[in-house]
Design a protein around this ligand. Structure first.
Ligand code: ATP
Ligand code: MG
Ligand code: MG
Length: 555
């Protein structure tokens, strides 16, 4: 698919190529930290990086930025790989920052020998105070001018595990008066006494993000290292670190920044998503209300819909919030073209067709998808006892009610025209049965004149004796506030929507659905799009509502 215009990052690369950069040196990476599941924000970065790879036929590495063992886990590595592949992308090489620990250590030793790094043992508070403020220069701490020998010895002993967690750090010796606070002797290493998911207890010193990231880009010979705007100020440091180790015969990576994707009515930071999981506010990272890729997948979103959303929401230079209704638009458009049309009744009331022969069953033919002429049909059993939605019937109603009333006709989808005749009520006055007569000549598709007769409404239904019982889960926004984590005086957890999950224990579905698989997508006619949930068993089918048919969130 040709793109009609380039986003500004794609333009930067096009300009580099125009200026003579060799296309076979293009190489990108997607660098998640394995401390949580991927979310729809990551999808922007994935689509950008892998999209560039596709556009230029260039390799894209998957780099796990695994430099903090206190938050990282193999479970997250596995989930991240699954989600990227599900989105339809394939990385060239699976890389880990931890594979470069020895190289990073060696480079740090080199910096010490060159007098560009030193070991510090002050408290974090003391170091922060010495750093000064953006408007006042910092001052040198008491350990800034240790001898090279002493620094080498201490760093070696840090690595050997002689010191407590948090007691010593290695710092770059740059400029305590720099206008960029990040250049005021930033940390390179800290001691973390925790086993790493890949290197075990081999290391107890771990490189800081800034030190590890650019050097990893260099090791992998990444041409364009794309990151989000909060790293803009880090670019100077990224370049300084590269300056120290860079071989001019090799490619020198460059960092470029784009705006994070934010989505309305949710939070996106992994720390906050983890809090939702740990507090059991949701059932897990893949809860269908989560903005995670795995949650969206379980909800019924398709890879195409997420890639389409990435296209439409774009890559920008400034932070902005994309309305979640755009995401819903993308899945609705996709499912309209692909989902199999079926019928299910979520709030059933019994309907009896009094002139339909008792005990008779017929197998009707239901169109799978009117949007797709090649999609075929499936069998749909009909009988004289049906369920329809309770809200589709009123004994009497005004002319704006296009559903069933006493004395008026509607069509049963793919079946007959029926007319409301009478009701049966229980002692409390609730309707327990609706009695109708059918125009037995009006069967859809039979070719009779009555089969094409127009009536004011069409209802969905299921045959009671053929229907299968299922659980249906409907979802609303997880948060009641448009920007739950933007309030200074309130924690985002205060905005959790207490009614975001509605469970319907006894829905009745047409029997075609009993063979549904997790990949199948359905439109329950007149209700919305649904997909099988992973909690489903042969005895207890569970369906998730992906999205309604119309934009119900429009303001
Ligand atoms: P979080 O705050 O959610 O933990 P992060 O940036 O720490 O986000 P990483 O695992 O480091 O998460 O992200 C991997 C890549 O995805 C990085 O390049 C990051 O810039 C990018 N990314 C993360 N969140 C977003 C977002 N909301 N929009 C666009 N890109 C994102
Ligand atoms: Mg990060
Ligand atoms: Mg993070």
């Amino acid at each position: 698919e040709e793109k009609d215009s380039l986003n500004f990052i794609e333009q930067i690369i096009a300009d580099d190529l125009a200026a003579g950069f060799s296309p076979d040196k293009l190489r990108f990476r997607f660098p998640p930290e394995p401390n949580g599941y991927l979310h729809i924000g990551h999808a922007a970065s994935i689509c950008l990086n892998f999209g560039l790879g596709e556009m230029h036929n260039a390799p894209v590495n998957l780099r796990f930025d695994d430099t903090n063992p206190s938050k990282e886990e193999q479970e997250y590595v596995d989930a991240i790989k699954r989600d990227i592949q599900w989105l339809g992308f394939q990385w060239a090489t699976e890389c880990y920052s931890s594979d470069y620990f020895q190289q990073l250590y060696d480079w740090a030793v080199q910096l010490i020998k060159e007098g560009k790094a030193y070991v510090d043992q002050q408290s974090a508070e003391a170091m922060a105070t010495q750093k000064g403020t953006p408007t006042t220069p910092g001052v040198a701490g008491p350990f800034r001018d240790r001898s090279v020998e002493e620094n080498l010895d201490l760093f070696e002993r840090m690595k050997a595990g002689e010191f407590e967690q948090g007691s010593y750090v290695l710092r770059a010796k740059i400029d305590m008066a720099s206008s960029n606070m990040l250049m005021r002797d930033p940390l390179l290493y800290r001691i973390v006494r925790k086993a790493h998911h890949r290197t075990g207890t081999e290391w107890c010193i771990y490189p800081m993000y800034d030190w590890a990231h650019g050097e990893s880009d260099y090791v992998e010979q990444i041409s364009h290292s794309l990151c989000t705007l909060e790293f803009k100020m880090h670019r100077e440091l990224y370049d300084w670190f590269l300056d120290q180790i860079y071989d001019p015969a090799k490619l020198r990576p460059k960092q470029r920044e784009f705006a994070r994707r934010n989505l309305s009515y949710t939070v996106m930071s992994k720390r906050k998503l983890l809090e939702l999981v740990q507090t059991k506010t949701v059932s897990g990272w893949d809860d269908p209300r989560m903005p995670t890729i795995s949650g969206l997948r379980r909800r019924g979103y398709t890879p195409d819909s997420i890639r389409k959303f990435s296209d439409l929401s774009g890559i920008s230079k400034r932070d902005s919030v994309t309305d979640v209704s755009l995401l819903e638009y993308c899945i609705r458009e996709d499912l309209n073209k692909t989902a199999t049309r079926v019928m299910g009744v979520l709030d059933p009331v019994k309907l009896v067709i009094t002139n339909y022969p008792a005990g008779k069953t017929e197998i009707l033919s239901a169109e799978n998808n009117p949007e797709d002429p090649n999609s075929g049909t499936h069998d749909l059993p009909f009988s004289g006892e049906l369920y329809i939605e309770r809200e589709d019937f009123k004994e009497e109603a005004g002319s704006k009610f296009f559903r069933l009333t006493l004395g008026n006709e509607v069509r049963l989808k793919s079946a007959y025209i029926i007319k409301g005749e009478s009701v049966v009520k229980d002692a409390a006055g609730n309707i327990t049965e609706i009695h109708c007569t059918a125009d037995l000549d009006s069967k859809s598709g039979s070719g009779t004149e009555a089969s094409i007769r127009k009536v004011k409404g069409t209802l969905h239904w299921v045959s009671i004796q053929h229907a299968i019982k299922a659980e249906v889960r409907e979802y609303d926004r997880l948060f009641l506030d448009e920007a739950p984590d933007s309030h200074e005086d309130k924690n985002f957890m205060e905005f959790v929507n207490p009614d975001s999950l509605k469970i319907i224990k006894e829905a009745y579905l047409e029997p075609f659905l009993k063979d549904a698989t997790l990949d199948d997508k359905f439109q329950f006619q007149r209700l919305g799009y649904f997909t099988l949930d992973k909690d489903s068993t042969a005895e207890n089918l569970v369906f998730n509502k992906t999205v309604g048919l119309r934009d119900s969130w429009a303001k």
